[in-house]
Design a protein around this ligand. Structure first.
Ligand SMILES: N[C@@H](CCC(=O)N[C@@H](CS)C(=O)NCC(=O)O)C(=O)O
Length: 235
């Protein structure tokens, strides 16, 4: 594997969609690393020292030096291991376009997905769902323009936007299992639905995807803890 013996450590949490996108990037590029699971309710000294500003995962520690923020980490990996299947396009304009869509996924889709899943009221959740549908439709158009008939945002092979979006794929499947909602709907967003099948079927992707059943259990625990907290606050 490329990157073996390169002193790479990834501080992550198994259910984190942003940690997953870094794992996807490392897996697709075939870079080996040490995975260090973090307990986010009891943060390790290593996490607090490595990311003193945000105190969040993921953090990549390369040769003892921490790199924080998932998008920054993926770009760093792509630059350092440039020989191993590049994720960002070579052309500066295409790179800018890929970065634009990665930012869109963070700013619009991830935020709406979070609101739809964890909104405090039913109104908040349904507003989140509406925003999510709008973001997914916009992304369908982006995929049409970027892939030009090919399977991925990156073309024939998965690239930067694919790994950034891929981070939420397991949660999209968990939402489907819990609520019956098809985020990447084959009728309304056929390209994204095909993208999800193609991306999810890649060996390098399957190797790091969390188990959907485990995610559903995890989500249900969080939901019942939040409901118990709200009931206590109301009494
Ligand atoms: N913008 C950051 C988001 C990082 C983030 O929110 N990480 C969450 C896990 S999904 C976390 O560590 N949460 C712990 C906390 O908020 O204390 C990135 O893309 O890396």
């Amino acid at each position: 594997m490329a990157g073996g013996g390169n002193d790479l450590k990834l501080l992550a949490m198994w259910a984190s969609p942003v940690a997953l996108r870094v794992r996807l990037a490392l897996s697709i590029k075939g870079i080996s690393y040490e995975y260090v699971e973090q307990d986010l309710r009891n943060k390790s000294d290593l996490l607090l020292q490595s990311n003193p500003v945000h105190k969040k995962v993921p953090v990549l520690i390369h040769g003892g030096k921490p790199v924080c923020e998932s998008l920054v980490i993926i770009q760093y990996i792509d630059e350092v291991f440039s020989g191993a299947g590049p994720l960002l396009p070579v052309d500066p304009y295409e790179r800018a376009v890929a970065r634009f869509w990665a930012a869109f996924i963070d700013d619009k889709l991830m935020k709406a997905n979070y609101q739809a899943s964890w909104g405090k009221t039913e109104e908040e959740k349904s507003e989140g769902m509406k925003l999510m549908c709008e973001a997914v439709e916009t992304l369908e158009g982006a995929l049409r323009d970027c892939c030009k008939g090919k399977a991925f945002f990156g073309g024939d092979n998965p690239g930067y936007v694919d790994v950034v979006l891929g981070g939420i794929l397991a949660w999209v499947r968990a939402m489907e299992a819990m609520l019956g909602i098809k985020t990447f709907n084959p009728v309304t967003t056929p390209l994204l639905a095909a993208w999800a099948d193609n991306f999810g079927a890649l060996e390098a992707v399957e190797a790091v995807m969390p188990d959907v059943g485990r995610l559903v259990e995890f989500a249900m625990k969080i939901q019942s803890a939040a409901a118990a907290e709200a009931a206590t606050a109301a009494n």
